[in-house]
Design a protein around this ligand. Structure first.
Ligand SMILES: C[S@@+](CC[C@H](N)C(=O)[O-])C[C@H]1O[C@@H](n2cnc3c(N)ncnc32)[C@H](O)[C@@H]1O
Length: 201
């Protein structure tokens, strides 16, 4: 078997990003949620439904090594309409290297309202945040921030490794549209799509 220079570059980059992810998981397992990055199938399912014609703002939360980010760009959306939020400095470094063209902010998802461009609300939030392992206080602060940052009828996409139905804390503020099981992720994951409920309900 022989490898082209492009193959070798891709293999090296993938090993480098996976190693960085594992190091970060050893440092902070609860905020990373899992020991390895999301699979291509999971990332594609997270980005599905976004059309290249979309002119609204797409926010990705907890981008990690950028596997979902890559799929979001593959949908053909304008990179200017994509905002990436990630907390871990080691992941931020990888994201800047992979996507120099994107607006990538190092910050906490619970501060999302303050991190959005002025006067703008998100049409889509694509979240890889490990909401369950982050704990109740952080989870509730993030869910509130996601709700306040989405426009009326905006869409939230969130995955989980849990086998139960959608997280009850999310169901308070978001209406479930559909869900899809992704078997070829380690471990298998479930992708939920929600629509923002009006603020008063
Ligand atoms: C499951 S990993 C993301 C996996 C990513 N899809 C990949 O393939 O690399 C979750 C990510 O959420 C980030 N994260 C956790 N808590 C966060 C928070 N409060 N605000 C922003 N990012 C956070 C972690 O640093 C981690 O990169």
């Amino acid at each position: 078997m022989s490898f082209t220079d492009a193959d070798l570059y891709t293999i090296r980059r993938s090993l480098h990003t996976s190693a960085a992810f594992i190091r970060e998981w050893m440092r902070s397992p609860r905020t990373m949620g899992m020991v390895c990055p999301s699979s291509a199938s999971l990332s594609q399912a997270m980005a599905a439904g976004i059309s290249p014609e979309l002119n609204g703002l797409v926010v990705e939360l907890g981008a990690g090594t950028g596997t979902v980010t890559q799929e979001l760009l593959r949908t053909g959306i304008n990179p200017h309409n994509l905002l990436i939020i990630e907390k871990a400095p080691a992941m931020i470094q990888i994201l800047h290297q992979r996507f120099p063209q994107l607006n990538i902010i190092q910050g906490d998802a619970s501060d999302l309202c303050q991190l959005l461009p002025q006067e703008r609300r998100a049409d889509y939030i694509i979240s890889s945040l490990p909401l369950i392992s982050l704990g109740k206080t952080a989870r509730e602060a993030i869910i509130l921030a996601m709700h306040e940052s989405l426009r009326e009828k905006g869409i939230l996409v969130q995955y989980t490794y849990s086998w139960s139905s959608a997280n009850p804390s999310l169901m308070d503020k978001f209406q479930l549209i559909d869900s899809r099981r992704i078997w070829d992720n380690v471990p298998p994951a479930q992708v939920f799509r929600f629509m923002r409920k009006p603020a008063s309900s």
